[in-house]
Ligand binder design. Structure first.
Ligand SMILES: Nc1nc2c(ncn2[C@@H]2O[C@H](COP(=O)(O)OP(=O)(O)OP(=O)(O)O)[C@@H](O)[C@H]2O)c(=O)[nH]1
Ligand SMILES: [Mg+2]
Length: 404
């Protein structure tokens, strides 16, 4: 959202912009004009909206001619308009401390009106500042007069402009801007004339006003030159050499002044075209720069995305490797467990085999013993009362002893 700040040189435009935006644009300290180019504040936030303030040089600039100032403001406004930027509002600053609204202030305001046109006056705030330089009563009386007289701000107030006060604080600046940001964006007369109606700058209302001013100046100088010529004739007739010299010098000065005014009139059209071409080139350069920056950003983003994907792949690979290792460890653990179980079983089997062997042996020994016992019993029965049985008894007794 763009808002332009206009007004006479030294009226406090840059100070207002810095207070509102927190920018540090250069502020005037002496009698010389300070801002002699159109400049913008840094974007700042106002109730969730991004606002940019446009600072402009005044028409009574001490370092630039009025044609230069008109050309600068016009080209800047036109360029913005061509790029689709409309203004939410225009602030016209006026020092309440000014004792009167003199020739330059009036001319400045006339040019301002011609730049804006009638239809955009609802988007205009006439902002008085420097209230701390006057007593409240004097300030209020001046404010009343400014708002009430046709030769001052009454005509624009009648057509929708608002008159507000600025007390040199950020809060006061924001209160003014809050009033404007809710407005339907406006197309200024100069933007409409130059862009939509394809007029030359000299044919615009502001250009005509300036040409008219310059013509008046030229006519005034011409009248003064004519008077000097008549005086010169009188001096020639009177053979007054001293007066003749003085008048010649004065006539040369006037002639130079007339030529300057004529040059300025011509310069308006010419310089607007050059300035527009210069601005076109600047904008083209800026767009090219932005495009390249954008491309570089996109390249960086692709590069970053590629790296991110690679890192992601690497992470997946590492994760897979880790899982594989864990599975390997688990497999080894199971294998070891299995082998241990096998070993245990083997041991148990060996033990059982040994035990069975021992049992088998014991059983066999027992059976052998029982077989002997039975054989002995048999023998005993056969030879129970026979004398022949004696050796057998001895043998069996011996076997019995051996078994024990
Ligand atoms: N007392 C007072 N002084 C102010 C105020 N605003 C600006 N000034 C003073 O007025 C002088 C001019 O202020 P700038 O902000 O440079 O005025 P400008 O309109 O940008 O001037 P140009 O760039 O030359 O057209 C500076 O010395 C400021 O400190 C204000 O609200 N109150
Ligand atoms: Mg300034």
């Amino acid at each position: 959202m763009y808002i332009a700040v206009m007004g006479s040189t030294g009226s406090g435009k840059t100070t207002f912009i810095n207070a509102a935006s927190g920018s540090s644009l250069r502020i005037g300290t002496g009698l010389e004009s300070c801002t002699n180019e159109v400049q913008t504040s840094r974007p700042f936030n106002l109730d969730g909206r991004s606002v940019v303030l446009i600072d402009t040089p005044g028409f009574d600039d001490t370092t630039k001619s009025d044609t230069d100032v008109l050309r600068l403001i016009a080209t800047s406004l036109v360029k913005r308009y061509e790029h689709g930027t409309k203004l939410a509002g225009i602030i016209y600053l006026h020092r309440i401390s000014d004792i009167r609204m003199g020739g330059t202030s009036s001319r400045n305001f006339r040019m301002f009106r011609e730049l804006c046109g009638e239809k955009t006056l609802k988007n205009v705030v006439v902002l008085t500042n420097m209230w701390n330089e006057v007593s409240p009563e004097v300030g209020a009386a001046r404010e009343h007069e400014l708002a009430d007289k046709d030769k001052f701000f009454k005509p624009v107030i009648d057509k929708g402009a608002r008159m507000l006060r600025h007390t040199d604080t950020k809060e006061s600046a924001h209160a003014v801007l809050r009033y404007l940001v809710n407005m339907q964006p406006a197309t200024l007369q100069i933007q409409d004339e130059l862009v939509n109606q394809h007029k030359e700058i000299g044919q615009t209302a502001a250009g005509s006003e300036l040409s008219h001013e310059l013509k008046e100046q030229a006519d005034k100088h011409e009248r003064e030159l004519q008077a000097l010529r008549e005086e010169m004739l009188a001096a020639l007739r009177a053979k007054d050499d001293e007066a003749k010299e003085e008048l010649r010098a004065e006539m040369l000065r006037k002639q130079a002044e007339i030529e300057r005014v004529q040059r300025e009139s011509m310069h308006l059209v010419e310089s607007y075209r050059t300035q527009k071409e210069k601005l076109d080139a600047q904008i083209h350069e800026m767009e090219e720069k932005h495009r390249k920056q954008e491309e570089a950003r996109a390249r960086q983003a692709t590069e970053a995305e590629k790296k991110r994907r690679e890192a992601e792949e690497e992470e997946k690979r590492r994760q897979k490797q880790k899982e594989e290792q864990e599975r390997e460890i688990e497999r080894a653990r199971l294998q070891a467990e299995h082998e241990r179980a096998l070993r245990d079983m083997q041991l148990k089997l060996e033990k059982a085999t040994r035990q069975a062997e021992e049992e088998r042996k014991a059983r066999e020994a027992k059976e052998t013993r029982e077989a002997y016992d039975r054989a002995l019993e048999e023998e005993r029965r056969k030879h129970s009362l026979s004398f022949d049985s004696i050796p057998y008894i001895l043998v069996s007794g011996f076997l019995g002893w051996l078994r024990r």
